[in-house]
Design a protein around this ligand. Structure first.
Ligand SMILES: Cc1cc2nc3c(=O)[nH]c(=O)nc-3n(C[C@H](O)[C@H](O)[C@H](O)COP(=O)(O)OP(=O)(O)OC[C@H]3O[C@@H](n4cnc5c(N)ncnc54)[C@H](O)[C@@H]3O)c2cc1C
Length: 373
């Protein structure tokens, strides 16, 4: 049987990044169910990065990851990983109190702006729906394809192996070794298995005989619509409505719109629901002067959350050598470098570069044991 020091289940950005870091110290194999890595959440992400997103854990992970995106290792990617783009958060009259509270929580990173400044930046905004706004200049758009591709290149340069069309269908543990078997019938052995299976993370745990941790796959929809004739969108910031019901941003000459839906669904090749697409278009029309004649592109993907919305990273205390790297929610691309280094440090015991040391402070907040009663 083919032996590896570490087997990673899942070739999305989480599995690929962790595998690449670990490959500097150990023999690593990544098993990916699809023929191409990144087919699921990673390939469907809006890939926006800001250090103000989500809860305190995701904000800290974003800050720790930021230097990697701004200065990746040499030859990691031929193009930049992060393209600066501002974000503005807007609220209507009902949301002004919450806007102020949110702003105070992240005050060092954002600047209040006037309604006319917000509309100056995004002239299509419906003035009746904007009573307040703040500007976030901490981030921009990540190139998820370049990040995933860079990590896979690094993995291979370091002697790691990625196998596609390799859906893990059985896991058994005996005498200090996991036997990992795929649907095709291939078997591999390793003392350590990393569960980076995204929406399937709980199902993979069940294969290992472990009760699930309750990581819920929540479907999110996105559509691309053309701007009205003559409207130049390239320099717009990303616009997020504080209501949690709409965001939109430029995307290659089009407007990417999401109704920010979170619908629990079954892991699989999830597709956009027509109702959610209609809601996305309706909310864009109500909040802007954009007219929508057609929706040339629509998709959906999973954002997966544990009950406290922190990622789940660490060994499962109920088992030997079964490591979780899951529950990255809506920030898995923007936090991948930090989580990859944390995983590497916990799995190999090796020192991580000093710039990533801070990630170790998050170990207990992310540990799977917190979710076991
Ligand atoms: C619409 C949308 C917008 C988003 N916007 C952002 C954003 O702006 N910024 C951001 O940072 N993040 C965003 N995200 C979230 C981000 O995409 C995810 O957090 C991230 O991609 C998760 O990566 P992953 O590797 O865990 O999951 P995935 O990319 O889904 O990878 C998991 C892999 O495991 C494989 N797998 C599953 N079961 C098995 C098995 N039994 N055997 C072998 N392989 C298996 C799957 O085939 C899959 O390829 C968004 C997500 C969506 C859907």
């Amino acid at each position: 049987m083919d032996y590896h020091d570490v087997i990673v289940i899942g070739g999305g950005v989480a599995g690929a990044s962790a595998a690449a870091e670990i490959a500097a110290h150990a023999k690593v194999l990544v098993l990916e169910a699809e023929d191409q890595p990144g087919y699921h959440s990673t390939g469907r992400s809006a890939a926006f990065f800001t250090t103000t997103y989500g809860n305190s854990a995701s904000q800290a992970l974003g800050r720790i990851s930021e230097p990697f995106f701004r200065n990746p290792p040499e030859e990691f990617s031929e193009s930049p990983l992060l393209h600066p783009r501002d974000q503005i958060v807007v609220a209507n009259g009902d949301g002004l109190g919450r806007l102020e509270a949110m702003q105070q929580g992240i005050a060092s990173d954002v600047t209040p702006i006037s309604v006319s400044d917000a509309i100056g930046r995004v002239p299509v905004l419906n003035a009746d729906e904007v009573a307040g706004a703040f500007l976030d200049r901490t981030g921009g758009e990540l190139d998820a394809g370049a990040i995933l591709g860079g990590y896979i290149k690094l993995l291979k340069q370091r002697g790691g192996v990625l196998v596609g069309n390799a859906r893990v269908s059985a896991l058994s543990y005996r005498d200090g070794l996991w036997t990992v078997t795929t649907e095709r019938g291939d078997s591999y052995s390793s003392p350590t298995v990393i569960n980076a299976a995204g929406a399937w993370a709980d199902q993979v745990a069940k294969l290992a005989g472990l009760d699930p941790l309750g990581i819920k796959p929540l479907r999110r929809t996105a559509v691309l619509v053309p701007p009205s004739e003559g409207t130049e969108v390239a320099d717009w910031p990303m616009v997020v409505h504080l209501s949690g019901e709409l965001y939109f941003k430029p995307d290659a000459g089009m407007i990417l719109v999401s109704p920010m839906d979170e619908t629990e669904d079954v892991p699989g090749d999830v597709q956009a629901d027509e109702y959610d697409v209609a809601v996305a278009v309706d909310r864009l029309i109500n909040n802007t002067s954009v007219t929508v004649q057609n929706v040339p592109h629509k998709w959906a993907g999973f954002r997966c959350f544990a009950s406290d919305r922190n990622p789940v990273v660490g060994y499962d205390p109920r088992s030997n050598g079964f490591f979780w790297l899951a529950g990255q929610g809506g920030f898995g691309v923007g936090t991948a470098p930090a989580l990859a280094h944390l995983t590497c440090a916990l799995v190999t015991g090796e020192k991580i570069p000093p710039v990533y040391d801070r990630v170790l402070h998050l170990t207990s907040a992310l540990a799977p044991g917190r979710l076991l009663s």
